[in-house]
Design a binder for this molecule. Structure first.
Ligand code: NAD
Ligand code: 44H
Length: 536
């Protein structure tokens, strides 16, 4: 049983093992998609495989859609070369339900997989061709928060961005440079409309994508590297929109326990790959059942009826509220708290952490007591019910192989949005006081303690990748467990960094608390646990 066109010819073999297979005519769908593509997704990672690709598959099965997806990978070409192409774009989605049952679906809705590489003429020219098509309605993105950044940890423009800004849209190297070059192709083809939809977990994600795109369009238009009117095209929402969105579906990395289930069924060549750029991909993806994708309804070239697949289209204001609810209070901050302390306390599963009474109390406190008071009810989802499900069903799901190490990736990029927004809301409130926040500073102190790369037993552990590691690790490099530490002297430059925390922790009066917690957490082995027990 191979996950590819040939291997899927014997449908019975798969169906008798309980796999749901695509019910549409894939050859016909491929042909139509090649001719009239409507949706290109940038970022061929796990969330896309588990969520968007499956939504499109369901709509193809129901006959709501007659065309599939094109996926474009602009950062980690190995994903396309080692996964998508050998498997003809197929992928197995394994849904791990909280009651222990498992649903297996072969997803075949991705009918074209391309690298976004200006050195690869075949793929890049094909993308240019796609961007010239009248039929193209949306380009979406799950490229992680750092994918939108044009600068490094020190705030300096990335060399590839500097080069592209100077050279123009012909042969760009940087991710966003390549995307803007494709938009320029669309502009040149007759200023055709398109929605550029960021689906990453960052605040006001559409604006983040817009700002990065605008920086190139503005520069190129001003320096004559593109037509002067290109920037007006980007800035005209009737031509190019940048809707905000909120996406939610816990999608851990492909896990060996799931690989084993599929192997037992007789599925072959399942081995996951960890690419040289650290993406964990396999011919299968494992995810929870629960999912939400809420998108601002701003599609200048129209859009398919994706609401029939469960997506919610609404106003920007509602997306903002729903995103604040999920990313800033009711899910992602709790994840990051569990990630940081999970790594220090030696956990390798998020669900196991929820059996640790102290950690459970910690995330309940961050969610219900500190976060919930600043959540504005978005109307389409109830915040209290949402957090009840997150803490009662989703995060503790023992069948989900999610790890603190995955979630700890890029923590420096996430603290501002996951906690800073709450701090700002306390600052702005006439009734609430930043000094009431006792657990959020505990997570910040925990992050500094995490950066030491030494667990609570005093053993070294490997930190998850993060673009700021080289910048922030040196601040704690000389701290030794059991030795007195002048936390303020060491940590001040970081505590002041609004980019990391969303606020200057001195200005909001939280720096002293973080320093005090950090000193307590470094008092010796076991000090992280005892500090948590003291304050939670
Ligand atoms: N996995 C989840 O549970 C989940 C849920 C909701 C939202 N998301 C969002 O989706 C993003 C991707 O998650 P995933 O599960 O697909 O991760 P993944 O590790 O499977 O894939 C990451 C994707 O981002 C790309 N990427 C990584 N660094 C990049 C960079 N510097 N520039 C451009 N592209 C880069 C990779 O090439 C790959 O396509 C997350 O960062 C988050 O914003 C994930
Ligand atoms: O994907 P990241 O790296 O932004 O964050 C890690 C997790 O918190 C995240 O992936 C959640 O699983 C997801 O946001 C749930 O919808």
């Amino acid at each position: 049983m191979q996950v590819n066109e040939l291997g899927l010819k014997n449908r019975e073999q798969w169906e008798c093992k309980g796999y749901s297979l695509p019910k549409f005519d894939r050859a016909a769908v491929t042909e139509k998609t090649m001719e009239n593509p409507f949706w290109v997704h940038f970022g061929a990672g796990n969330i896309f495989r588990a969520f968007q690709a499956n939504v499109v598959q369901n709509l193809l099965n129901e006959g709501v859609l007659d065309r599939g997806l094109v996926v474009a990978e602009g950062f980690d070409y190995e994903i396309i070369e080692k996964m998508n192409r050998p498997h003809d774009g197929y992928n197995i989605l394994v849904t791990l339900k909280a009651n222990g049952s498992v649903e297996k679906t072969v997803v075949g809705s991705v009918v074209e997989s391309l690298t976004v590489d200006s050195e690869n003429d075949t793929d890049f020219n094909r993308l240019r061709e796609i961007f010239k098509k009248d039929s193209l309605q949306m380009a979406s993105f799950t490229i992680t928060e750092k994918g939108y950044s044009l600068v490094n940890g020190k705030g300096e423009m990335l060399p590839s961005v500097v080069a592209d800004m100077e050279k123009g849209p012909e042969k760009p190297e940087s991710y966003i440079g390549k995307v803007v070059s494709l938009l320029y192709t669309r502009f040149q083809a007759g200023e055709k409309p398109i929605a550029m939809v960021s689906m990453d977990n960052c605040s006001h994600n559409g604006s983040k994508l817009h700002d990065a795109v605008f920086a190139f369009a503005d520069k190129w238009s001003k320096t004559g590297l593109t037509d002067k009117a290109f920037v007006d095209y980007i800035e005209n929402p009737a031509k190019v929109s940048f809707p905000w969105s909120m996406i939610d579906k816990i999608t851990p990395r492909p896990d060996p326990s799931v690989e084993e289930i599929l192997k037992k069924d007789g599925v072959e060549e399942l081995e996951p790959v960890v690419t040289s750029k650290n993406t964990y991909v396999a011919p299968f993806v494992n995810a929870e059942e629960c999912q939400y994708l809420v998108i601002e309804d701003a599609f200048p070239n129209g859009r398919p009826e994706l609401e029939k697949g469960g997506l919610i289209f609404t106003t920007r204001e509602t997306v903002d509220k729903v995103e604040k609810m999920k990313v800033c209070t009711c899910l992602n901050p709790l994840h990051t708290a569990l990630a940081v302390f999970g790594c220090i306390l030696g956990y390798d599963l998020i669900s196991k952490e929820m059996k640790d009474e102290t950690l459970k109390k910690l995330v309940e406190g961050i969610g219900y007591a500190e976060g919930l008071p600043v959540v504005i009810n978005p109307g389409i989802l109830d915040p209290k019910e949402f957090i009840d499900t997150v803490l009662g069903v989703r995060i503790p799901n023992p069948f989900m192989p999610d790890t603190p190490q995955r979630i700890a990736t890029d923590t420096s990029q996430k603290l501002a949005i996951r906690f800073g927004e709450t701090i700002k809301a306390y600052q702005a409130s006439p009734k609430l006081h930043v000094s009431d926040l006792k657990l959020i500073p505990l997570v910040f102190a925990g992050w500094f303690r995490y950066l030491m790369g030494v667990d609570d037993n005093g053993n070294a552990f490997e930190l998850s990748p993060d673009p700021l590691l080289d910048t922030v690790r040196p601040y704690v490099a000389d701290v030794k467990l059991g030795e007195a530490v002048d936390a303020e002297k060491l940590l001040k430059p970081v505590l002041e960094n609004e980019k990391i925390f969303g606020v200057n922790l001195y200005d909001v009066g939280m720096a002293d608390t973080v320093c005090s917690y950090f000193s307590q957490m470094t008092a010796g082995t076991g000090a992280v646990r005892s500090t948590l027990e003291k304050y939670v």
